[in-house]
Design a protein around this ligand. Sequence first.
Ligand SMILES: Nc1ncnc2c1ncn2[C@@H]1O[C@H](COP(=O)(O)OP(=O)(O)OP(=O)(O)O)[C@@H](O)[C@H]1O
Length: 131
Amino acid sequence: MGSPAKAPQTGKNRHFSQALRHAGAGIWAVIKNERNMRSHLVSAGVVVVVGLGLHVDLNTWCWLALAIALVWFAEFLNTVIEALVNLIVGQRYDENAKLAKDVAAGLVLLAAGLAVVIGLLVLAPYLADLI
Ligand SMILES: Nc1ncnc2c1ncn2[C@@H]1O[C@H](COP(=O)(O)OP(=O)(O)OP(=O)(O)O)[C@@H](O)[C@H]1O
């Protein structure tokens, strides 16, 4: 007979490596489960390629990184809110659940819109030079 299955962890991490592993699992869960996150990753890749192609300066890289991080942050928060709402209400329809999820989705939309504006503002001078 094999050894009894270890109970899943529900308490604090005991080692930094354990904390890192769980943080990595969280990042992977967002990428694997959220279609929007995969779109954000592709968009970020495009932005990096454009930045490299245009030889943008350090200041511009900082703004582009901020814009990318803003969208990722919003998507991670959206995923947390969706999970918490699902945990609380399950499949039951609830007006507050709808409000929480709609506001979280709105946050991602606003972040993405702001990221596009930041990207256009900082890349405009480089794109103008090409014309
Ligand atoms: N339990 C619920 N009660 C009321 N409305 C709900 C509930 N669950 C989902 N909804 C509605 O359905 C929408 C989509 O739900 P959910 O956020 O779970 O799906 P999603 O496809 O993961 O969304 P997103 O594209 O934002 O990641 C919500 O914005 C909300 O309007």
